[in-house]
Design a binder for this molecule. Structure first.
Ligand code: UGA
Length: 438
């Protein structure tokens, strides 16, 4: 397969759009990324990434002004681009269904500019049949338009997005025409991408994305129920997970028990899959339960804090971790957003620390006499009655616990992510409350 370089337009400078555009530019394509947010585009044109993602800013800087450009004007992207990746947001609306208005706007805007053939590729996580709606919308606004709509679902994880783009487990290409298939196989050619490539029709590709995300969420909820069982039975859930994971049919990944799944994908996607199924008269009760199990993780954790501290009112609690997972500054649907208000309601004083997410958290919990943002791990625990761990950043795993102990007033750790060895921390003199362990 030849390595043709394309003129590629990427709509949306969010997490998926930025990783996609900078990685495609790195592969030598001419990429223009479009977002209506003028401020974001201004910063991007200075080489500044609006999100923290390891390696992203370097890729942007490497390619900026050459293979990679950013714009806030529709006329800069649509006329020139041969392939257009739609990476706009599809946030949850009130009823749990995704709000598709950004995708629709994109189709309407694009329709006006189609004079010769274009391939429109949906990368955002979208309901089944979205491609059909995009096609219908473009035709409504430009009946003569010559185009295909394909689905190339995104499987990137935040925090390792660049790695996942270049080394994916698989690439799913949902197409309804030979021409669309040829183009996508040239972009994802065998030299650059050695992984298996699955070619399906468009609807199937859309379904694969939902079925995958919901399965992973289900797997985590399952291990969290096993964790509750283990705790009562006096067993260590991490050992159970290790034993399960050695079975190739099960696998070790996504069996980390703790505070459950957050982020901009799993909570929204599980709800959306349940709704989609409901529309087709399928009761996806197993996913509804996975969702409930996930919500209960917060109660389990708060109960541990209460068991550990007896009275929360007036206590100083150091909180480590605000992002929904490590290596990102993203706090969307982070357990921290639920735990912090509950602790504040009970009258705690909080000292919050996160390596990357504090600026985002300040917009929701502004600093006050009850909420302090610490500059370091050490500062956060000074005079603390307890330490609550919400995210499993490496910096926390590598903390000097002797030093931490010296700085705390009473030595209690409630660990929502099981980052420490219970035996070791207990030997050091901490009262240690992990998740799913004796
Ligand atoms: C997830 C999927 O893993 C990606 O494949 C997908 O592309 C992405 O959603 C998306 O749809 O855009 P992401 O949300 O970035 O990626 O994060 P994950 O690494 O999947 O973690 C999700 C949540 O599950 C985090 O809150 C994490 O702490 C939690 N988790 C993960 C566990 O509690 N236990 C585990 O064993 C693994």
């Amino acid at each position: 397969m030849g390595k043709k370089k394309f003129k590629i337009g990427v709509v949306g400078a969010g997490y998926v759009g930025l990783v996609t555009s900078s990685c495609l530019a790195e592969l030598g394509h001419n990429v223009i990324c479009y977002d209506k947010d003028k401020e974001k585009i201004r910063e991007l044109n200075k080489g500044k990434s609006p999100i923290y993602e390891p390696g992203l800013e370097e890729l942007i800087k490497n390619n900026l002004g050459r293979k990679l450009n950013f714009t806030d004007r529709a006329e800069d992207i649509y006329p020139e681009s041969e392939v257009i990746f739609i990476c706009v947001g599809t946030p949850s609306s009130q009823d749990g269904k995704p709000d598709m208005s950004y995708v629709e706007t994109c189709a309407i805007e694009l329709a006006k500019f189609i004079t010769d053939y274009k391939l429109v590729v949906e990368k955002s996580t979208v309901p089944i049949r979205t491609a059909e709606w995009i096609e219908r919308t473009i035709k409504l606004y430009n009946p003569k338009a010559n185009f295909d709509v394909a689905s190339n679902p995104e499987f990137l994880r935040e925090g390792s997005g660049i790695h996942d783009f270049f080394q994916p487990d698989r690439i799913v290409i949902g197409v309804n025409s030979e021409k669309a298939k040829e183009i996508l196989l040239q972009i994802y050619n065998d030299d650059d991408f050695k992984c298996p490539k699955l070619i399906t029709d468009v609807k199937t590709a859309e379904a694969i994305k939902h079925a995958s995300n919901s399965f992973l969420a289900l797997k985590i909820s399952y291990i969290n129920m096993v964790a509750d069982f283990c705790e009562k039975a006096g067993i260590d859930v991490d050992l159970v997970a290790e034993g399960m994971g050695l079975d190739k049919r099960i696998g070790r990944s996504f069996l980390k028990a703790g505070l459950g799944w957050g982020g901009s994908c799993f909570p929204k996607d599980v709800k959306a899959f349940v709704k989609m199924a409901e529309d087709l008269q399928v009761d996806f009760s197993i996913l509804k339960e996975a969702y409930r199990v996930n919500e209960r993780r917060i109660e389990v954790f708060i109960k541990k804090v209460k068991d550990a501290l007896w009275v929360i009112k007036g206590k100083r609690i150091a909180v480590w971790g605000l992002s929904f997972k490590p290596n990102t500054d993203d706090i969307r649907e982070s357990p921290a957003l639920k735990i912090i208000p509950l602790l504040l309601n009970d009258g705690a004083f909080l000292s919050l620390y996160d390596p990357k997410a504090m600026e985002n958290a300040k917009k929701i919990f502004p600093p006050s006499d009850k909420v302090h943002y610490a500059n370091s791990l050490e500062e956060s625990v000074i005079g603390a009655h307890a330490l609550a761990i919400i995210t499993d950043w490496d910096e926390f795993k590598n903390a000097d616990l002797n030093r931490i102990k010296d700085l705390m007033l009473t030595h209690i750790i409630i660990d929502g992510r099981n980052i420490f060895d219970p035996k070791k921390v207990r030997e050091m003199g901490f009262l240690y409350y992990p998740m799913g362990k004796p």
